[in-house]
Design a protein around this ligand. Structure first.
Ligand code: PEP
Ligand code: MG
Length: 538
């Protein structure tokens, strides 16, 4: 049994599908025919060349000359006598398969380059790896989507998933995730909870242990993974899964009730969403609002920046579907672990402490204004509220509000309607913001506590790093103190305070948060009903 970190509840029994280099078969046996292998190598080189040319062209158009030049270097490698030339020679000499030849030559090349003094040459390691992997993928016939050939009832296994990976996979076939790295608040974990499928993360080297086709059990409650289990174990987990599903179905009765505590306080239980399409699930689970729309997902998995109109349509759709219920839309939170292919950002030593979220938006005002204009224009279709992420000081919040005001002036001039009384709030996810919450509460219409980041910044614990996940403790007295300070500060100014970090949906934390007076709990749709049950019994 492999032990990891439980990241999304439930049990799944399915077929493993390993994503990554490990899935590429390298036949160790002697080749039956040298000619056939040479032909396969030539074909793989040709196909790789075509793909790289297309990629280079796209990159040149979208990102300019500098990044496209990197791909030019990769194209040249396809003719490099030290690389593909050597691979062809090895097929001839050692009678090995084309894949084995590429695999070996690539690793030798990487070893040599890694040991060199010259920095430029050392940096070529990444290119050799990239080209080599592409060649191996072509040899294995895996040219398209990483998830091509995904079986039904697939348990997808990877080192980690980027948001664009998860966007690519066929969600109907995927019944669970497991990853080597990541913690409960890494994006693959959040994605699994959004999809309401079980997930175990931080399994260290599960992507090497499990092979595509293995039967696996994913226990998203205890954080266990069992590979090729015996009949008795299978039966045990089938029964656990059925019981879990039955209880989940029972909770559905709470989908249409209000959330009122025993003491009679009405609480808003809202949903976190990433895309307009997620609203359906939120409504199905009885969300009383959208407490966090991670708008950056509108910017991801596409070749270019979404236009003002495209964004407007997305925000309008959510507002209309929520029919007057509050919809808190967070402005672009890019940087940190979230990147946009068409927006090259400088490499940073500590991206989570770098030019991220509101810092980036204030630095790239045009980009920010496009979003704000779209949000304001959509605000007449429902109760849209604007929320700024990563606010660390009063000046930053005032600057962001000032840009919003500039957009309002522009829209007025253009005679475009918007809600002039739109609520503008902020996330409290940097300790400095929690500490000066009393000052911020005078300017903000509301707060939403982003515990995912607040915990990592307060406790100096990387939210993605499984080696320190034991220190990632939402109930740490320092965290509880900051939360209490934030709620009290909001209430003192007559403002509401919500929470949209994962802690809001944590059954163990909810009673304490209620005691502190938290007004709104926003979480992935799949946790809403259980949270409502706990709140109604508190
Ligand atoms: C948070 O930090 O708690 C939060 C909700 O934002 P994200 O997880 O998108 O960083
Ligand atoms: Mg955050």
């Amino acid at each position: 049994m492999e032990k990891g970190i439980p990241a999304s509840k439930g049990y799944a029994i399915g077929t493993a599908f390993v994503v990554g280099v490990d899935e590429l078969p390298v036949n160790e046996e002697k080749a039956a025919s040298v000619e056939v292998e040479q032909g396969r190598l030539r074909m793989a080189i040709e196909n790789t060349g075509k793909q790289l040319h297309a990629l280079g062209e796209k990159t040149r158009q979208e990102m300019g000359e500098e990044p496209a030049a990197i791909i030019d270097v990769q194209i040249q490698m396809l003719d490099d006598p030290e690389f593909t030339g050597k691979a062809a020679a090895r097929i001839e000499m050692d009678r090995i398969s084309a894949a084995k030849a590429i695999h070996d030559v690539m690793n030798q090349y990487i070893e040599i380059l890694s040991g060199l003094e010259d920095e430029y040459l050392r940096e070529r390691v990444a290119d050799v790896k990239d080209v080599g992997t592409r060649l191996l993928r072509n040899l294995a016939g895996k040219t398209g989507n990483l998830f091509a050939g995904l079986p039904d009832n697939a348990v997808v296994v990877a080192r980690d998933f980027t948001p664009s990976d998860t966007a690519q996979m066929d969600k109907i076939k995927v019944i669970a995730f497991m990853t080597d790295i990541g913690g409960p608040t890494s994006h693959s974990a959040i994605m699994a909870r959004t999809l309401e499928i079980p997930a175990v993360v931080g399994l260290k080297n599960i992507s090497a242990i499990v092979k595509t086709g293995d039967i696996v059990i994913v226990d998203g409650i205890e954080g266990n993974v069992l590979v090729n289990p015996d009949e008795t174990t299978l039966a045990l987990y089938q029964s656990k899964r059925n019981q879990f599903e039955t209880e989940k179905a029972k909770l559905k009765d709470l989908a249409h009730t209000q959330t009122i505590t025993k003491a009679g306080k009405q609480i808003i239980v809202a949903a976190n969403i990433g895309k307009p399409a997620d609203v359906d699930k939120a409504i199905e689970n009885g969300a009383e609002g959208i407490g966090l729309f991670r708008s950056e997902f509108l910017y991801m998995d596409r070749p270019n920046m979404p236009s003002e109109n495209e964004q407007f349509e997305g925000y309008k759709q959510v507002a209309e579907k929520m029919a007057g219920k509050p919809v808190v839309i967070r402005t672009l939170d890019i940087g940190g672990d979230k990147k946009l292919s068409y927006l090259p950002l400088a490499d940073e030593m500590n991206p989570f402490l770098g030019l991220r979220a509101i810092r980036l938006c204030l630095n790239q005002k045009d980009l920010f204004k496009t979003q704000l204009r779209a949000l304001l224009r959509a605000s007449i279709y429902g109760d849209i509220q604007i929320m700024f992420p990563m606010i660390g000081s009063l000046a930053e919040f005032l600057d962001a509000k000032e840009v919003t005001r500039e957009c309002m002036v522009e829209l007025k001039k253009e005679k475009q309607p918007f809600n002039e009384k739109i609520q503008i709030g902020m996330m409290i996810e940097i300790p400095s913001a929690a500490i000066i919450a009393e000052t911020l509460a005078k300017e903000a219409d509301f707060f939403s506590i982003g515990t995912n980041d607040l915990i990592q910044y307060t406790l100096a614990v990387d939210r993605m790093n499984p080696n320190v996940s034991y220190l990632y403790n939402p109930m740490h007295p320092a965290i509880l103190k900051l939360i209490k300070m934030t709620i009290d500060a909001a209430h003192k100014e007559g403002k509401w305070c919500g929470m949209c970090g994962e802690m809001a949906g944590d059954a163990k934390a909810i009673p304490t948060l209620l005691e502190y007076g938290l007004d709104e709990f926003s979480m992935n749709a799949g946790s809403i009903l259980e949270a409502r049950k706990i709140i109604m019994n508190s």
